[in-house]
Design a protein around this ligand. Structure first.
Ligand SMILES: Cc1cc2nc3c(=O)[nH]c(=O)nc-3n(C[C@H](O)[C@H](O)[C@H](O)COP(=O)(O)O)c2cc1C
Length: 381
């Protein structure tokens, strides 16, 4: 299959991955209204075509927390990537490093923070606050010791949203026996995955938090334990708890509301990700891209504003930048690419985003990504 766009990586991942993992990546919560909005609202924005400018030189780089990103894109934290490709987090981190963009490792990655850091570049580290604060403290110390430069603290998941597709595919809610039978059947019918991930991609634990979890039989057992252990009591004051251990930049992920963005500034965050968790949490909330301008108006000058949700092409990246994002993150696009064929495919997908962004910049007359603004848009939201 020839791969031209993110939708092609999705199709290849659909063929290669056991159904339960593909549906877990692809799906959203409830009726998937917000998931749809994330994509549709980006599509509805019209870029402004400009001609007859010297576009020989374009500069896609942006500076973030003293780091130069070769393009304004990062790989969002995605849980359990090691189930979509052999040691998937390591493969994706390598592809990101090669492209000069950050890879953010999920708390619930299959590979531990130490394993990813040992593979080359230390990742940004994403934190879910679990009830066991002693373990959380140790985890932050470990991420720091591993050399992670930035902490991404995800705050829109005090409990997981209901994902109907995961129930239907047997990913969640199955009994241990029926879950094992289902996994065996889905694995057997996807021999490429069976060989790559099931046989050669072990151990299948949640590497960074395995020590906090009672023994499970499968990665989904671990995940259901985690689901019961998210700490719902978290408030802005907990940023102080984090800061006791973490002296680097803290980016709060999962802010949609300008009032919350102001609170993030007051609590001393250095950045926020405008995000609805890719439409996987509170269904029916607005799209990330439609929330972005209001948040930028409220706090744009006070901290770094990133966004994620629905970005499927380099054109979408430029639209987000025009509405005030410093950079955007992609979740599903890299998970699809990893499922489609590992590191090489993630690299290829990042190359696609890069060339699409370059084209969009040339055709809108934008020489520097860091200076993208509303003048690049014909129809905003
Ligand atoms: C399969 C999957 C797993 C995810 N796991 C996490 C996670 O562990 N931590 C987190 O902060 N966000 C997680 N997210 C949300 C992403 O970081 C990101 O917000 C979202 O995917 C962006 O939307 P997009 O997929 O449309 O790019 C996950 C998303 C997906 C699709």
């Amino acid at each position: 299959m020839r791969l031209a766009s993110v939708s092609d990586y999705r199709e290849l991942a659909r063929r290669r991955l056991p159904k339960m993992f593909f549906e877990y990546i692809d799906g959203g919560s409830y009726a998937e209204v917000t998931l749809g909005r994330n994509v549709a609202d980006l599509e509805a924005i019209a870029l402004r075509q400009r001609v007859m400018r010297d576009m020989t030189e374009i500069d896609m780089s942006v500076e973030v927390f003293g780091q130069t990103l070769k393009m304004p894109v990062g790989l969002a934290p995605v849980g359990m990537a090691g189930m979509y490709g052999r040691r998937g987090e390591v493969q994706a981190a390598r592809a990101a490093a090669e492209a000069g963009v950050p890879f953010c490792l999920s708390t619930v990655g299959v590979c531990s923070v130490e394993e990813v850091a040992a593979s080359g570049t230390a990742p940004w580290f994403q934190l879910y606050m679990l009830k066991d604060r002693g373990y959380m403290r140790d985890l932050l110390v470990r991420a720091k010791a591993a050399g992670c430069p930035v902490l991404v603290f995800t705050v829109d998941l005090p409990l997981p949203g209901a994902r109907y597709r995961d129930v239907r595919s047997g990913f969640t809610g199955a009994t241990q026996l029926s879950g094992a039978i289902n996994t065996a059947w889905q694995g057997a019918t996807h021999p490429g995955w069976l060989w790559d991930v099931w046989l050669h991609g072990r151990p299948h634990t949640l590497g960074s938090v395995a020590g906090a979890i009672p023994q499970g039989r499968s990665v989904t057992d671990f995940l259901s334990w985690i689901a019961k252990n998210f700490d719902r009591s978290v408030t802005w004051a907990d940023l102080d708890f984090v800061r006791e251990v973490w002296d680097g930049p803290i980016v709060v992920k999962g802010v949609l509301d300008p009032d919350d963005a102001r609170d993030a500034v007051r609590a001393g965050a250095q950045g926020i990700v405008v995000s609805n968790h890719g439409g996987r949490q509170l269904d029916g909330v607005r799209s990330s891209i439609s929330a972005l301008p209001r948040v930028v108006d409220a706090v744009g000058g006070d901290l770094e504003v990133f966004m994620d949700g629905g970005v499927r092409s380099g054109l979408d990246v430029l639209k987000a930048l025009s509405l005030g994002a410093k950079a955007c993150f992609v979740g599903r696009p890299w998970a699809y690419a990893l499922g489609a064929g590992g590191e090489q495919m993630v690299s290829k997908m990042l190359g696609t985003l890069r060339s699409e962004l370059a084209t969009a910049m040339v055709l809108t007359g934008c020489n520097e990504a860091r200076n993208a603004d509303k003048l690049l848009l014909d129809v905003a939201l």
